[in-house]
Design a binder for this molecule. Structure first.
Ligand code: OMP
Length: 270
């Protein structure tokens, strides 16, 4: 099944636009869980079991695994989701981008080694760096457009051909790179004004929206700015806000409650 179809079904099945970001930080694991790489899978599994019916996606961030030499835990985590909750898409957040021959290897890493349904990509090196990913027509390719961080404007707002670079990226992706209908864009929750502009440029293309939760993105504003006519179009990620809602014995319940709270808040404005 194509990524966008899988995403659409997950939005509908769980009536949720929430994505839980799996960013396991050993120093923040719940009290009682050993701060060692072997705990990572157990922690992720617990969070996944507690939230699978209230999310539309999971997004493991590769640095939180590779930093601990825990690639095996990343493989296990993705396999666990695919085996137990096959309806929930997995987005590998690795923000790759390189010359074509190297990008080809990164595409194999994301889609064959890790079996991700979608991957985040940096479009800065141009079409040939994205093409190896785009050729996997059933997978999603999520290109950075207007990121959530404070410095997003340093480069993404530079004026090119009379418009900010991020608008140019949106236009390029929607009108030239999306031949297989498998492109999505990263648009930070922290920039509703820019999000509304991007929505106008790209039609119904789905957005991965990080920055709700710990980074303080305003949910009402982001949903109003980014939703599509049918009240979907958004994958709203929260990582730390969910994973570390509590580090006590109630961490599972606290994580689930955070997801439900975010889901319900989003749904108020869809
Ligand atoms: O591609 C991303 O997911 C991403 C893009 C972006 O513009 N901003 C951003 O925060 N992210 C990622 O989204 C997650 C946000 O985490 P929290 O701030 O803890 O919810 C992290 O894994 C980031 O690496």
């Amino acid at each position: 099944m194509r990524f966008n179809d899988k995403l659409r079904l997950a939005w509908k099945k769980n009536n949720s636009l929430v994505c839980v970001g799996l960013d396991p930080d050993l120093s923040r694991l719940p009290a009682g869980m050993a701060q060692q790489r072997e705990s990572i899978f157990e922690f992720n599994k617990t969070i996944i079991d507690a939230t699978h019916d209230v999310v539309c996606a999971y997004k493991p961030q590769i640095a939180y695994f590779s930093a601990y030499s825990a690639e095996e835990q990343l493989e296990q985590t993705i396999q666990y989701i695919k085996t137990h909750y096959p309806d929930i898409p997995v987005i590998l957040d690795s923000k790759r981008g390189d010359i074509g021959s190297t990008a080809q290897k990164y595409a194999v890493e994301a889609f064959e080694r890790y079996q991700a349904d979608a991957v985040t990509i940096n479009p800065y090196m141009g079409f040939d760096s994205a093409e190896p990913f785009l050729n996997y027509q059933d997978r999603g390719v999520i290109l950075l457009c207007r990121t959530s961080n404070r410095g997003a404007g340093d480069i993404q707002d530079l004026i090119v051909d009379g418009v900010p670079l991020y608008e140019r990226v949106a236009d390029l992706v929607a009108n030239q790179w999306n031949k297989h209908n498998n492109c999505l864009l990263v648009v930070g929750a922290t920039w509703p004004e820019q999000m509304a502009k991007i929505r106008n440029i790209v039609g119904d293309m789905p957005f991965l929206v990080p920055g709700a939760g710990a980074q303080g993105g305003d949910v009402e504003q982001l949903v109003k700015a980014g939703k599509t006519a049918d009240g979907t179009g958004l994958i709203v990620n929260s990582s730390r806000g969910v994973l570390y809602a509590s580090n006590g014995p109630d961490f599972v319940e606290a994580a689930r409650n955070e997801v439900i709270k975010l889901r319900d808040l989003i749904n108020q404005f869809r």
